[in-house]
Design a protein around this ligand. Structure first.
Ligand SMILES: Cc1cc2nc3c(=O)[nH]c(=O)nc-3n(C[C@H](O)[C@H](O)[C@H](O)COP(=O)(O)OP(=O)(O)OC[C@H]3O[C@@H](n4cnc5c(N)ncnc54)[C@H](O)[C@@H]3O)c2cc1C
Length: 276
């Protein structure tokens, strides 16, 4: 999107400008930023769980003036964690993944993480979207939901729609045990928490160690790129789960900014399509 297009997008209301209402640390490694403002009315009541693109200037600024002055905004993808129609707000939960005590360095990225660490009431942020994400297939004997810190919000909205008699697993890869947010699971669903650390197993190994259940499985998995590929290989390969029964996506890649991840994701998707 160039300078002209950004202006047009703002004019056409394709880009929404929201204002920070509050910013709090909801768990040790997650910031919740609550937004309000006039454009909030453009977000539907059921948008929690959908993703948005947040716009930054290349220097990490978020004001309209800074965005208009830059040739091309930097975009970051986040999930809406809540929409409060009565309060006229929506919230986004940001993983605190960077050392934000060091000055922001555009060459290292961290736009979203720095924004969340520093956002204060009155700051503005431009949003594109929301876009809905794919769900799990509903006709299944059991469910396997896998998430890490970045997809915690998304998986929680998926858990909320599971049938009451659902059985299976919700597997979470988190930075600390306290990063698991309260969620109500159907009685037949087991919560498996893997706390990252040098001694901790890889997420793919945690998934492979689960007792495999009988019947057709519905898979919903979103996590880091390398972990995603290992989980996909296990499920589609060893377990022969048809691809059509799986939503498996990467949300980020270790050591690569969102721009680099996007390129790798595209290459991976082309390789997968060629492999059908
Ligand atoms: C559909 C979708 C929904 C998403 N929803 C959310 C969400 O609700 N909340 C959320 O926090 N993220 C979410 N993500 C992931 C988020 O887009 C990426 O983590 C993004 O890279 C963060 O941008 P950044 O500017 O902070 O870091 P970047 O500038 O993209 O990256 C800077 C450096 O930080 C590293 N990095 C990025 N993310 C992480 C991480 N989580 N842990 C450790 N290192 C990291 C990169 O590998 C890179 O080395 C979502 C992604 C997708 C595709």
């Amino acid at each position: 999107m160039n300078k002209f297009n950004l202006a047009a997008a703002l004019e056409e209301k394709k880009i929404k400008t929201l204002t920070v209402v509050s910013n709090s640390r909801i768990t040790p490694n997650m910031h919740r930023v609550v937004f309000g403002g006039e454009d909030i009315a453009r977000f539907p009541a059921d948008c929690a769980g959908s993703y948005v693109k947040l716009l930054f200037s290349p220097e990490g600024e978020t004001s309209i003036e800074a965005l208009m002055a830059s040739a091309k905004p930097v975009m970051r993808t986040l999930t809406i964690s809540g929409r409060d129609m009565a309060q006229g707000t929506l919230s986004v939960d940001f993983v605190s993944h960077a050392d934000t005590t060091a000055p922001f360095d555009a060459s290292q990225g961290g736009y979203a993480a720095y924004f969340a660490a520093n956002a204060t009431a009155g700051d503005t942020l431009c949003f594109a979207g929301p876009q809905t994400i794919q769900s799990y297939i509903s006709e299944a004997d059991w469910f396997l939901l896998v998430a890490d810190m970045t997809s915690l919000t998304a998986v929680m909205t998926k858990v909320a729609t599971l049938p009451a008699d659902a059985k299976g697993y919700v597997v979470l890869n988190v930075t600390s045990r306290d990063d698991v947010q309260p969620m109500t699971l159907p009685a037949g669903m087991s919560l498996v928490v893997n706390v990252q650390g040098e001694q901790a197993p890889l997420l793919a190994d945690v998934v492979a160690d689960l007792a495999w259940l009988d019947g057709k499985v519905a898979v919903w998995c979103a996590c880091e790129f390398t972990a995603m590929k290992a989980i996909r290989t296990y499920l589609n390969g060893e377990r022969e789960v048809p691809r059509s029964d799986c939503y498996i996506s990467s949300y980020w890649k270790q050591g690569v900014t969102e721009e680099g991840h996007k390129v790798l994701k595209h290459q991976d998707s082309e390789a997968q399509s060629a492999n059908v």
